[in-house]
Design a binder for this molecule. Sequence first.
Ligand SMILES: C[S@@+](CC[C@H](N)C(=O)[O-])C[C@H]1O[C@@H](n2cnc3c(N)ncnc32)[C@H](O)[C@@H]1O
Length: 299
Amino acid sequence: MSRLPHPIPYQGSKRALAPLIAPYVPRDVATFYEPFAGSAAVTLYAANLGLAKRFVVGDSLGPIIELWKSIVERPSDTSARYRSVWEGQKDGDLEYFNLVRARYNSERDPVDLLYIIARCVKNAVRFNAKGNFTQSVDKRRLGMRPERMREAIDGASHLLRGRVEFRVGDWLDTLSDAGREDFVYMDPPYLGTSVGRDKRYAEQMAQDRLCDGLAELNARSVRLALSYDGQTGEKVYGPPLPDSLGLDRLQLHAGRSSQATLQGRDDETIESLYLSPGLSDHDGSVIRKPKAIQQELAL
Ligand SMILES: C[S@@+](CC[C@H](N)C(=O)[O-])C[C@H]1O[C@@H](n2cnc3c(N)ncnc32)[C@H](O)[C@@H]1O
């Protein structure tokens, strides 16, 4: 399998887990929905495997959906504009990033967003409650090079053009027309009561709101997969979803935490994947990536 295009370098993207999630997508899907899309890693993976006829990509953050439209519908123009913003920076000139970030925060230009995502610390997006981008510049790396970005943009456009609809808004609005012949992959932001606001996302999601929405989807027989809680070493994040939703819970091996590796520990990160009943007959043991896929992702 050739390298999958991934034009939006989002920390927390599901790019590495997509190969473990895709096997649970049924083979008869009319429309594949990803209503918390971010970098839409699972949609790209599913489109590459031809797992659905049509895709709906949604997010409540308007500029990220504008960025997706620009990537898919105007790939040449988007990569040319990325090149021009990227080439505006000079090695060692950290102020340039702040200028582009301030311009994004006042004008919300999607290509400025792509540059600041690519150039910020560890690609770890941070937004305040007004949707302003707050993460700082990565002092050591210049962000994805224009040539590589062009290849990723062309590849993503090739996979999705003519097959995708983009929607800005709350996940339940994006899913309003999903039915029993469709499939939904969800990766909502996690709101822990003890940790407060999740600064990675402008918008937050409380667990009761999530559960109400899932119950509504169950009632409409919409088949779904949801990434949610997990565990790194001893540290557990996110309370599990209630059994009353009737979802199966798989444990996926997401890799080693880079933080732990830096501190000389060997902690592994395990993420839950909740599935509609009947999509998996797995026995509950941790599911790991085959070696060939690990090597491909490391490239
Ligand atoms: C964990 S990220 C998804 C990352 C994604 N799986 C990827 O591969 O990049 C969650 C996304 O949900 C969006 N979001 C937050 N609240 C939302 C809501 N109520 N409805 C729709 N999208 C929301 C955020 O803007 C963010 O892009």
